[in-house]
Design a protein around this ligand. Sequence first.
Ligand SMILES: *Cc1c(COP(=O)(O)O)cnc(C)c1O
Length: 530
Amino acid sequence: MVQSLDRSQGRSGTLSASGTTAPTFTGNRALQLEEKLIFEMGQPGRCGVDLPEPPKIADRLGGLRRRGAIGLPGLAEPQVVQHYTRLSQKNYAIDMGVYPLGSCTMKHNPRLNEKIARLPGFGDIHPLQPQSTVQGAFELIDELARWLKTLTGMPAVAMSPAAGAHGEMCGMMAIAAALAARGESQRKTVLVPESAHGTNPATAAALGFVVKPIPATDDGHVDVEALKAALGPDVAAIMLTNPNTCGLFERDIREVAEAVHAVGAYFYCDGANYNAIVGRVRPGDLGVDCMHINLHKTFSTPHGGGGPGSGPVVLSDRLAAYAPRPWVIRDTNGWRAAEEGASVDGQPLGRLKAFHGQMGMFTRALSYMMSHGADGLKQVAEDAVLSANYIMARLSVEMTPAFGGPCMHEALFDDSFLKDTGVSTLDFAKAMIDEGFHPMTMYFPLVVHGALLIEPTETQPKESLDQFCDALLHLARKAKSGTAVEEFHAAPTMAPRRRLDETLAARKPVLRWKPSNNPPTDAPTRQAAE
Ligand SMILES: *Cc1c(COP(=O)(O)O)cnc(C)c1O
């Protein structure tokens, strides 16, 4: 069997990576059951349904007809149900406990959102059905757009981008279009502070811009003097994340905006962390030209393997004319998605995506906004920041904050509290798994050594935060005691899988399952990544 599908590697039941032997006959760990790939379980000829023989019809495939068996695994219905149920239990999810990934904003998704998104008028519609039959859906998109514009203080919003990074692409394409309209396409430099999210330089580079990094100061903010020194007639834009990935508000943001505008460049703000300031700060007041909003972070909708994202982009007057198509408008015949006649003239950048955007995400986000109300959204930001500062204060007793002072929505620690203990950030995170916690974001942002970035969000009750902090404080003390180094190196010891060879998996991924013995002539080609 091929390497990353070698299921004995890292398995607790048999010989594990760290050399412990099977504690049980089956390899199961209590009611955590070992799981084979569905292809390994299948038996030829077995089937969960009883279908009639297909009628004999003439072959119209002109010689392209499949000759061998299709190669699907054959299983009975209970086997299929049990297989997928067991798999679902192996997923850690926000519905199971604290999910402290920094920068990812994993917050509880209220069930009300789900109920509303499943209403037949929203959930069962098709983007190709006549527009006269989906008037309510258009009105919802328009209403959501109105909320986004009001909350951000910006005059326009492009709704179709399908994720944060896609929104960045939309905004930067609008900037490129605006520069082209000004006859200034020679502006090719995009300034990206080191405290920006990694998608920012990736987006700029993908669009053919030249990325120029701007250093961070010792206190985790953008170095404004270095930024000003880098500004010039070659600069197209700055891409600044605010609050930044150090969990800090860029307090000089207005000064940055003025300096950027003074040289004729645009100000792209990465607003994926908008949940920290929603209802409190209007980016339009800060001089921002465009900003994507992750509906799937700020406005709850599930993400991270849980569903698609949505990254609408708010645009200033200077960029509104370059929004992508289509526009949702209302005329004498009602609502429709217009491909023509923007209310402003400009060269729109065409379509970014099929149809109008992510309807399910729109519905969930508007449901979240309307159920919270404007005052409730403000409280969301306040509670998210309060939770993060609570964690920061409690953990600072044993762990080392990367920067002094209060934080925004995430608490960032470096690894100096682990210095000389023989325990690394990775060991620490793995030990958290044994304690029943999904680790925080590790080794990011890069500007902090051995970073541990914790984002509790506003949706965890204090009891959960306390249990989380108690566990981390315990682990920090244990690491410093120097008596448990081997334990840390071996962790996690109680998970169904131990430490996998991540380097090998990244360098030589085996993405295709191949039968190990008696390969049938039509080997299945389904991907079986593990
Ligand atoms: C999550 C995130 C992004 C990217 O959003 P996706 O929806 O994952 O593409 C960009 N910037 C920041 C600051 C983020 O936290």
